[in-house]
Design a protein around this ligand. Structure first.
Ligand code: SF4
Length: 392
């Protein structure tokens, strides 16, 4: 197998670009692969992929940075990078239980504010733009992203900020989209600083796939800007160890060095990362670059993605595998984001076998049965709370 640098070099030669261009995130965005001809420069397409590309204009945009494309296996259609971004003909099939808007986000937008999704009382999602560096075939927001491939008008973003200002229970703002790190640093700073200036907002979070597919975007200027607005968290979206390249590692380390706690949200994808050893390997690599595996998502039932979704048992098997093999820091929460806007529901292998008369029968990761006896006194009042939480 060719080494990664060699593949990169070949990609560079094919596209005949200078290394300065290659490392320029603007060039990467302007030169995203969008057509069959573009893709044929990188991989030998199968008939099913060709059919997917033909159908794509009516299904979901294609867009792949040359960097991310350079990670694809030219010959192997089961390459986990390729499977995430090259469409297949089966995407036109709508299966039972699939939705255009699987999380019911459109129904959770406050009246007249189409850039806010307000699902939980204390936090909101702020949709900053509809552009991503790559368009993932499993995206649960494919009804929205990539339509104009651009920024949401400032007037609409002002309306979103106004909503947050007049909703004091909002303590946490997740800026997403689209991918906020594809905004210019100035535009992003305007948005982040505006959110940060709202007194009742405790934390700002950014959801991004940029470290995975456009790592050169994470430059000193961006990090210097972001570090001014702590407490700020970033959640990224690595799905396979193949995505953890030296460039991706450098991007995550730069963000971590700017004091930004990093989490990762992996989406379980059939044939991409549905084997326990793949997630174990990925999570070990994430920990090494200071990214905490945060969520492992059961695939959302978005229309045309049945072929990419796994049975729930695959996720449970992965969780069983991880427990005891890797530090608890490397074990994400397996969740189903409830269709229709019900929020994230954690699912776990069954470790609690019985609980009666103050005694629990538990199973550990080796299937060893253990018993835990509860203390007799079960009143959990914290007497000091009345002092600590007393209004001043
Ligand atoms: S980067 Fe995120 S929002 Fe954009 S297409 Fe991929 S999954 Fe969807």
């Amino acid at each position: 197998m060719a080494s990664l640098p060699l593949l990169r070099e070949k990609a560079l030669r094919r596209a005949e670009v200078s290394s300065a261009d290659w490392n320029d995130w603007g060039w990467q965005l302007r030169n995203r692969l969008t057509t069959r001809e573009d893709l044929e420069g990188f991989v030998r397409l199968t008939d099913e992929e060709r059919r997917g590309i033909e159908l794509a204009p009516s299904l979901f945009r294609i867009g792949i940075t040359p960097y991310y494309a350079s990670l694809m296996d030219r010959e192997h259609p089961s390459c986990p990078v390729r499977m995430q971004v090259i469409p297949l003909g089966v995407e036109e099939r709508v299966s039972r239980g699939e939705y255009v808007d699987p999380l019911g986000e459109d129904g959770l937008m406050p009246e007249g504010v189409s850039s806010i999704v307000h699902r939980y009382p204390d936090r909101v999602l702020l949709l900053a733009l509809d552009r991503c560096a790559i368009y993932c075939r499993h995206c649960n927001r494919r009804r929205l992203v990539g339509q104009d491939d651009g920024v949401i008008p400032k007037q609409e973003l002002e309306r979103a900020l106004d909503y947050i200002r007049r909703t004091p229970q909002v303590r946490d703002v997740l800026i997403s989209g689209g991918d906020p790190l594809t905004l210019s640093t100035d535009k992003l700073e305007w948005l982040v600083s505006s959110v940060r200036a709202i007194e009742h907002v405790d934390i700002v979070r950014i959801g991004t796939r940029v470290p995975v597919c456009l790592p050169m975007r994470v430059d000193d200027e961006l990090c210097a800007m972001l570090r001014k607005y702590h407490p700020l968290y970033i959640n990224t979206h690595f799905n396979h160890p193949k995505e953890v390249t030296p460039e991706a590692r450098a991007a995550c380390e730069k963000l971590a060095d700017a004091g930004i706690p990093l989490g990762n949200q992996t989406v379980l994808l059939r044939g991409v990362n549905s084997q326990p050893r793949t997630i174990e390997a990925l999570n070990r690599l994430l920990l090494k670059m200071r990214v905490k595996p945060y969520y492992l998502f059961q695939g959302d039932p978005v229309q045309g993605t049945d072929h990419l979704r796994t049975p729930v048992s695959a996720g449970l098997e992965i969780m069983e595998h991880l427990r005891g093999r890797i530090t608890g820091m490397g074990i994400p929460q397996l969740v189903i984001d409830a269709p229709g806007g019900g929020g994230k529901i954690p699912i776990l292998p069954n470790y609690l076998l019985n609980w009666s008369n103050g005694e629990l029968k538990l199973r550990n990761y080796e299937d060893k049965i253990v018993h835990y006896v509860e203390p007799v006194e079960r009143d959990c009042t914290c007497a000091y709370d009345e002092v600590f939480f007393a209004p001043s």
